[in-house]
Ligand binder design. Structure first.
Ligand code: 5GP
Ligand code: ZN
Length: 114
C-alpha cells in the first residue's frame, strides 16, 4: 500500500524506534506514547483492520502474540501487567488503517476504558 504509513515503516522508508523484528512482524515505539511503555506491533504485510484478518493469517497472528510476550518481558511489564489493545474502526478511534496492536504498560490503567 503506497500511502500507508505503517507499510512505509515496515519497508524502512520512514524511520521508527524498532524494538522487535522478525520475518513477518515489526514492533516499534508509538510516536505519541500514552504510557511509559507504548509499543505498536504490526504485521509487515498490509492488513487494513482487525476485521480483515482471515484464516490464512492465523500463523501471523500467533507470531504477533508471541512477539508481544517477548516484548512485555523485555520491557519488564510482564509481571506487573500491561494492556494489548486493538482499535477497530471509527467508534474505537482507529486512525491508521494497517492492523496494529498497542502494548501499553508502566502505569495503572482504569476500567472501563475511556
Ligand atoms: P490507532 O488510533 O489507529 O489505534 O493508533 C495509531 C497509533 O499510531 C497512534 O497511537 C499514533 O500515535 C501512532 N502513530 C501514528 N503515526 C505514527 C508514526 O509515524 N510513527 C509511530 N511510531 N507511531 C505513529
Ligand atoms: Zn499498510
Amino acid at each position: 500500500m503506497d500511502d500507508c504509513i505503517f507499510c512505509k515503516i515496515a519497508d524502512k522508508k520512514i524511520s521508527a524506534n524498532v524494538v522487535y523484528e522478525d520475518g513477518e512482524v515489526l514492533a516499534f515505539r508509538d510516536i505519541n506514547p500514552q504510557a511509559p511503555v507504548h509499543i505498536l506491533l504490526i504485521p509487515k504485510k498490509h492488513i487494513p483492520s482487525f476485521m480483515d484478518i482471515v484464516e490464512a493469517d492465523k500463523g501471523l497472528i500467533a507470531a504477533i502474540y508471541k512477539a508481544a510476550q517477548k516484548i512485555a518481558g523485555d520491557a519488564s511489564v510482564d509481571k506487573k501487567g500491561f494492556r494489548l489493545v486493538v482499535n477497530n474502526g471509527q467508534d474505537a478511534g482507529q486512525a491508521v488503517a494497517h492492523l496494529h496492536f498497542h502494548l501499553l504498560g508502566g502505569r495503572k490503567f482504569s476500567w472501563p476504558p475511556g
